[in-house]
Design a protein around this ligand. Structure first.
Ligand SMILES: CCCCC/C=C\C/C=C\C/C=C\C/C=C\CCCC(=O)SCCNC(=O)CCNC(=O)[C@H](O)C(C)(C)COP(=O)(O)OP(=O)(O)OC[C@H]1O[C@@H](n2cnc3c(N)ncnc32)[C@H](O)[C@@H]1OP(=O)(O)O
Length: 194
């Protein structure tokens, strides 16, 4: 892979994103894309347990409460975990567009420290799409949806087929996921999305 692909600015002929007609209404919880996801899964005891909701247009909101196990310095959240929270919130946009895409590039700005105990209010939205490339952006605000911005990210997600997971994931987790009819139904439904 080339290491020179740095632009996160959508090209001129990128198209606006489309919210899928079956996407949950604004304010509705989106649930986890995978129960054992480190970001949003309820079945992941060590995870961030993000609570994600559909937003307006092609956007989502999420809340993340910073716990003591998330520290990088005394009393402050670890930057990598904050990037994870942004990444997972961006990933939840898949549930609005009915697309399966993965992070290709994530560029994060850390603007303010985030103390333990903070509720970080995250918002992500898709800016544009160009072929398989999905350009999106996210912010994390301290304490309230209109609080000061502590972290932000621009990202490029790349659409993949379900074989991305079945071909690369460890066999035992893939078999477990394939045994879950909801998971398989969702994956297939997303794949036929034009
Ligand atoms: C039963 C199984 C169920 C499976 C699940 C089903 C349903 C769930 C539904 C949704 C949930 C889906 C995902 C999870 C969501 C959230 C979790 C948070 C998000 C993550 O945490 S997700 C993990 C981290 N993520 C990775 O683990 C990716 C590793 N990586 C790769 O797998 C490849 O690298 C890939 C696929 C990215 C590309 O590979 P590829 O071979 O398919 O495509 P290619 O390289 O040709 O790129 C195509 C075009 O993207 C441009 N491009 C690519 N990479 C770029 C970069 N870095 N910078 C700038 N541009 C880039 C190229 O320049 C080209 O552009 P152009 O078309 O203009 O030439």
């Amino acid at each position: 892979m080339s290491t020179t692909r740095t632009s996160l600015t959508p090209p001129r002929d990128a198209v606006p994103p489309v919210r899928h007609p079956d996407a949950p209404a604004p304010g509705e919880p989106l649930g986890a894309h995978y129960d054992r996801c480190f970001g949003c899964g309820a079945g992941q005891p060590h995870g961030l347990r993000l609570v994600v909701r559909a937003g307006e247009d092609v956007s989502v909101t999420a809340e993340f409460t910073v716990r003591p196990e998330h520290q990088g310095a005394p009393g402050l959240a670890h930057g990598g975990l904050l990037a994870t929270a942004l990444d997972d919130t961006l990933g939840a946009l898949n549930l609005l567009t009915h697309t399966i895409s993965v992070t290709g590039r994530l560029e994060t700005d850390y603007l303010r420290p985030v103390p333990v105990g903070t509720v970080l209010h995250l918002r992500a939205r898709v800016l544009a799409r160009h072929g398989r490339k999905i350009y999106c952006t996210a912010t994390g605000r301290l304490g309230a949806p209109d609080g000061p911005v502590a972290v932000r990210a621009d990202a490029l997600f790349v659409e993949v087929r379900v074989e991305h997971f079945t071909g690369h994931g460890r066999r035992e987790e893939i078999e477990e996921a394939m045994a879950d009819p909801d998971m398989v139904r969702r994956a297939r439904a997303f794949e036929v999305n034009p």
